[in-house]
Design a protein around this ligand. Sequence first.
Ligand code: F3S
Ligand code: F3S
Length: 105
Amino acid sequence: TYVIAEPCVDLLDKACIEECPVDCIYEGDRMLYIHPDECVDCGACEPVCPVEAIYYEDDVPDQWKDYTKANADFFNELGSPGGAAKIGKTSNDPSFVAQLPQQAA
Ligand code: F3S
Ligand code: F3S
């Protein structure tokens, strides 16, 4: 799977959403999250993020390793909806993300 990391927080550019063929990039309050089971590893989202927030799971920089779990934990209650568009924005951000200080624009 691919993982969205800290640069997305409070930016939520959403260019990635347009690229995903399986609509597996979901919106939280602070950032977006890739569903680890629904992502088909097409990689289309990674180059379009203007702040390089998206990484293949093996390539997530060390300082953002917690985001691999965060992308999975976002779906603890949602399960596998099979499409982000019908779900819309939800407040399932893992607590450490929800509690991050407001990021500068
Ligand atoms: Fe976030 Fe980049 Fe997508 S900022 S919403 S991961 S394009
Ligand atoms: Fe979608 Fe990116 Fe995975 S475009 S299928 S989330 S690699």
